[in-house]
Design a binder for this molecule. Structure first.
Ligand SMILES: C[S@@+](CC[C@H](N)C(=O)[O-])C[C@H]1O[C@@H](n2cnc3c(N)ncnc32)[C@H](O)[C@@H]1O
Length: 273
């Protein structure tokens, strides 16, 4: 079960007299908590992953929509949702994706290289087996901030000529061959997996599009709340909030102790002018 991150801190920011949008429903932890606080106001939640959407339908009281927050305005119009005083983006993946989805989000299990949240055409397997060297190198560098991007990209090309790279363990072996052994806090394949996940789901472009629409939809003094998990996401959010009042909230030591995923989380709250 996914533990909602910074839940209490988010609840403090929620205005109980307005409606709320949870743009990344996931396993519903935040949506449920916010609904409890704002009832009889309403929560509209959006989830791109079909399996999570179907699970979420069991939660009473939440208006759940299967789709992407890239279509936020369209969805809001369709369900005629108004008086929006808060919108939450809790970025990245859920516990479900790692533990149950079997879509290759983790290098700790041998699964097919899929990495999709949605039903789009693009998969990690297609990228790894088809993209040219320069493009592979670029995503590893830009989305993974991987210093050995070129070496890994070259090794991918070499390996796929011999045998198609279809699962996570094959990819881990490829990365292992490409990078020099170094004792490090993070696993050597972490950055490669992050880069592929971001590319498959177009996460950074989507975030920008979601934020633009969210801002337009909010009432005056309404709040956009974004929980990000790495510097690429946080940079986009920080830039977006540059000209509006905003604040940064970090998880407490207590929360980090109880939930490892909270370690890298940052919550930014921006207030609509
Ligand atoms: C960190 S989880 C959210 C967890 C949630 N706050 C909870 O308490 O259970 C992020 C979720 O966003 C979903 N997601 C990713 N991109 C999306 C998009 N463009 N539109 C809607 N949902 C998206 C993922 O499928 C994932 O379930």
């Amino acid at each position: 079960m996914h533990i909602p991150i910074l839940k209490e801190e988010i609840l403090k920011e929620v205005n109980e007299n307005g409606n709320f949008i949870d743009a990344t429903f996931g396993e519903g932890g935040h949506s449920k908590a916010v609904l409890e606080k704002i009832k009889p106001q309403k929560v509209l939640a959006i989830e791109r992953d079909e399996a999570l959407y179907h699970r979420g339908l069991k939660l009473p009281g939440i208006i759940l929509h299967h789709g992407s927050y890239v279509e936020l305005k369209e969805i809001v119009e369709k369900v005629n949702f108004q008086n929006i005083s808060g919108i939450l983006f809790d970025l990245g993946f859920c516990t479900f994706h790692i533990e149950e989805s079997q879509r290759g989000f983790t290098f700790l299990k041998n699964e097919p290289l899929d990495m999709r949240y949605g039903n789009q055409e693009q998969t990690a397997e297609k990228i790894v087996n088809k993209w040219p060297l320069k493009e592979l190198e670029k995503i590893l560098k830009d989305y993974g901030e991987e210093r050995y991007a070129k070496r890994i990209a070259l090794q991918i090309i070499k390996q796929r000529k011999e045998k198609r790279i279809e699962n996570t363990f094959q990819l881990v072996e490829v990365v292992k061959k490409a990078v020099p052994y170094k004792k490090s806090k993070i696993h050597f394949a972490t950055r490669t997996f992050q880069a592929l996940r971001i590319a498959v789901n177009d996460e950074l472009n989507n975030l920008q599009k979601g934020l633009d629409q969210a801002y337009d939809l909010l009432e005056k003094d309404g709040k956009i709340m974004v929980i990000s998990f790495h510097s690429l996401e946080d940079r986009i959010v920080k830039k977006f909030f540059k000209n509006i009042k905003s604040k940064l909230i970090l998880p407490s030591e207590e929360e980090i102790k109880n939930n490892k995923k909270a370690r890298s989380a940052k919550l930014r709250v921006g207030i609509k002018k």
